[in-house]
Write a protein that binds this ligand. Structure first.
Ligand code: C5P
Length: 222
């Protein structure tokens, strides 16, 4: 690996994406939102009407996934194009997150999406967020962070995020979804959600975004 990589892993709703984006901007590094890849893949499988037990087709779709990310100078949002179509809005829904979480537990899918993710590690550097960035995809990364927070706090953050995107959510339902996703992502056989042994673990429950960013920033500068 020639390029420096900062991995940011953690459960859903912890704010990894926001922290990753700010640090990438500060450092002038590339950004990999690996969850977006799993989400887009889930949409691709659904739109083709493929069963999630059909591993051969899943592998083929994952290998040939036609996916592009577009950043905007005037907005923090990144547009995501699947098969040439802008899927940014549907990509971010809880429903798509749930579908992604189910399909992300399949070993052949993870293997087929591995290189695509590793290819993001180009100079001058990369900030990669997800579940297995520090444990599997960039296991040799020099900088690793694992962000966590209570499920209640994460459900609250998720609700605010949905509202900021103009979507609606019910806090009790989001909490149920967050816990279900935690359980599935942590207990799966392939690349389960867990901190890398050499990750800096930050419990963000009572921290502000700025405080979290300051800690991560210090790690990268050190
Ligand atoms: O982070 P995000 O909520 O977008 O991820 C959606 C789902 O994709 C997660 O719940 C997880 O199951 C899966 N995922 C994964 N490995 C990653 C990133 C996401 O399994 N590196």
């Amino acid at each position: 690996m020639n390029s420096p990589v900062l991995t940011i892993d953690g459960p859903s709703g912890v704010g990894k994406g926001t922290v990753a984006r700010v640090i990438a901007q500060q450092q002038g590094w590339h950004l990999l939102d690996s969850g977006a890849i799993y989400r887009a893949f889930a949409l691709a499988v659904e739109s083709r009407g493929i069963s999630i037990t059909d591993e051969k087709s899943l592998e083929e779709i994952a290998t040939n996934l036609d996916l592009a990310f577009k950043t905007h100078a005037d907005s923090e949002l990144v547009s995501v194009f699947l098969d040439g179509k802008d899927v940014s809005k549907v990509l971010r829904t809880e429903e798509t997150g749930e579908k992604a979480s189910k399909i992300a537990s399949i070993g052949v899918v993870r293997a087929a999406l591995l290189k695509r993710q590793q290819d993001f590690a180009t100079l001058p550097g990369l900030v990669a967020d997800g579940r297995d960035m520090g444990t599997v995809v960039f296991a040799n990364a020099p900088f690793k962070v694992y962000l966590t927070a209570s499920a209640d706090e994460r459900a609250n953050r998720r609700l605010k995020q949905l509202q900021a995107q103009g979507s609606k959510g019910i806090i009790s339902q989001i909490l149920v979804d967050v816990k279900a996703r935690d359980e599935r992502d942590s207990s799966r056989k392939h690349s389960p959600l867990k901190p890398a042994k050499d990750a800096l673990i930050i419990d963000t429950t009572t921290l502000s975004l700025d405080e979290v960013i300051a800690q991560v920033s210090e790690l990268v500068k050190a």
